[in-house]
Design a protein around this ligand. Structure first.
Ligand code: PEP
Length: 249
């Protein structure tokens, strides 16, 4: 059975004291218990966030990791380092990583393999740019991203994979895909998984939507049958907004 998930990607926001304050606010919020809740603070604050949320329902996750286990990769962290502080899930392939840090599908396939080798769960992000959608190539672009980074995996590995469809034109822009556009793409992705693997796996895979999900549009997006939650950027930086989205299920 696939799960509903709402994950907050804090990006490069919140220093230590701001991280502690936002976590304290998050702990005050009431939740309806209808989805898994995750937050991805910045790397230096992950350990403290894990400590502060040790007995809570909010899981602390990473925003990125390197594919190597250790070595001369200045500025990077490995899967085992994340696991060592209690981080068991990592976001990979965010469009900001692809755009600003030149992460390719091939590199992401290596990262996915490294995360799975450490029994981590992966939230794998992908999505088309505006030019692709305007040209009507959005499905082809997304299919290629998923195929290149994930279709080498055996079916059994997919229990550790969560997909996050994030049209690049909707991230941080205030422009959201309509619930219908999200549904259409999620159904397409599910069909691609069914074609490559099986209907059972397709049905069991959680597919999140990301791109300007806000308290006022979460309900309509989450109401779509193939949308299993959201990856939330800006609205995850305010506890009340984030939990309005969490409780939109
Ligand atoms: C994101 O960074 O994954 C994201 C969806 O950001 P925002 O919600 O701000 O568009």
């Amino acid at each position: 059975m696939r799960k509903n998930i709402v994950a907050g990607n804090w990006k490069m926001n919140n220093d230590l004291s701001q991280t502690q304050a936002l976590i304290a606010d998050l702990k005050q919020q009431k939740e309806a218990g209808r989805c898994e809740i995750m937050i991805a603070p910045t790397m230096p604050n992950l350990y403290n966030a894990c400590e502060l949320l040790r007995d809570s329902k909010i899981e602390v996750i990473g925003q990125n990791m390197h594919f190597a286990s250790h070595g001369a990769y200045t500025g990077e962290v490995s899967a085992s380092m994340l696991k060592g502080i209690g981080v068991n899930t990592v976001i990979l392939g965010h469009s900001e990583r692809r755009t600003y840090f030149n992460e390719t599908d091939e590199m992401l396939a290596q990262k996915v393999d490294a995360a799975l080798a450490h029994e981590m769960r992966v939230i794998f992000c992908f999505g088309e740019e505006l030019k692709d959608r305007k040209a009507g190539n959005h499905e082809a672009v997304v299919a290629t991203q998923i195929k290149n980074a994930l279709f080498h995996l055996p079916e059994r590995a997919w229990k550790h994979i969560v997909l996050a469809y994030e049209p690049v034109w909707a991230i941080g822009t205030g422009e959201t895909a309509t619930p219908e556009q999200a549904q259409e793409m999620h159904a397409f992705i599910r069909k691609a998984i069914e074609n490559q693997y099986s209907a059972v796996l397709a049905d069991n895979t959680s597919i999140l939507y990301g791109g300007s999900v806000k308290p006022n549009n979460a309900k309509s997006i989450f109401s779509k049958p193939d949308v299993d939650g959201g990856l939330i950027g800006g609205a995850a930086l305010q506890a009340e907004d984030f939990f309005t989205i969490v409780n939109a299920f």
